[in-house]
Design a protein around this ligand. Structure first.
Ligand code: ZN
Length: 213
């Protein structure tokens, strides 16, 4: 069964995808990875991709499709693909559906990790690191661990984080562009929304439950 995994940046989507890959013998397909791998191969297509990216151009849907087709047609991955970060638009949904159809497959299941904006923000701005042992905790979510930290709680410092604006703007773009996709998929496929604010193993247990049905 092919799976589409959704989640905003910072929701722990990558971690969960990797766990599904390991536990359930899946292939994680992210278009970014496909493009990077092809570039590394120095194939004709890879060189074309490299040149497009280095000039700041977008890689066309046609090229992405060619790479998707290679993976989807590979019998090794048949019905074992987890789509991570694709499709992101309705056009891509339709395109993926056609591609899968061509190889007698379909995406049957959508898992969406939801995390409210303010939690993503707190995860970033609350991050503190112990100067002595380098342990990173979060002042919003780990106040007790900080209080009881073996080095004492006075060595925690906040590193200046230039990431915040980038992550939040990616979150906003994600929300805006993927909502129509989620609305569409939730009507047409088996759709599960999981609270992404839970602990990693709690989320994993929920996903396991869904996959073992
Ligand atoms: Zn410490």
């Amino acid at each position: 069964m092919n799976i589409i995994l959704f989640g905003p940046p910072g929701a722990g989507k990558g971690t969960q995808a990797q766990l599904i890959v390991k536990k359930h013998n899946y292939f994680q397909l992210s278009t970014g990875d496909l493009l990077r791998k092809e570039t590394k191969k120095k194939s004709e297509l890879g060189l074309k991709i490299e040149s497009l990216i280095s000039k700041g151009n977008f890689v066309s849907d046609e090229i992405v499709n060619q790479l998707l087709r290679e993976t989807i047609s590979n019998l090794k991955y048949r019905d074992r693909i987890i789509f991570d970060g694709y499709p992101r638009t309705i056009d891509q949904v339709i395109n993926l559906d056609e591609l899968l159809n061509e190889f007698n497959q379909k995406a049957e299941l959508v898992i969406s990790l939801s995390v409210p904006r303010e939690i993503i923000e707190k995860r970033i701005i609350g991050r503190v690191t112990c100067e002595k042992c380098n342990m990173t905790l979060n002042e919003f979510f780990n106040s007790r661990e900080i209080e009881l930290h073996p080095c004492g709680n006075q060595h925690f410092i906040k590193r200046k984080d230039d990431n915040l604006t980038t992550v939040m703007s990616r979150y906003d773009i994600y929300k805006k562009t993927t909502q129509p996709v989620l609305d569409y998929l939730s009507k047409n496929l088996r759709f599960y929304e999981i609270d992404g604010t839970q602990k990693i193993d709690e989320i994993t247990a929920k996903i396991d439950g869904i996959l073992n049905v």
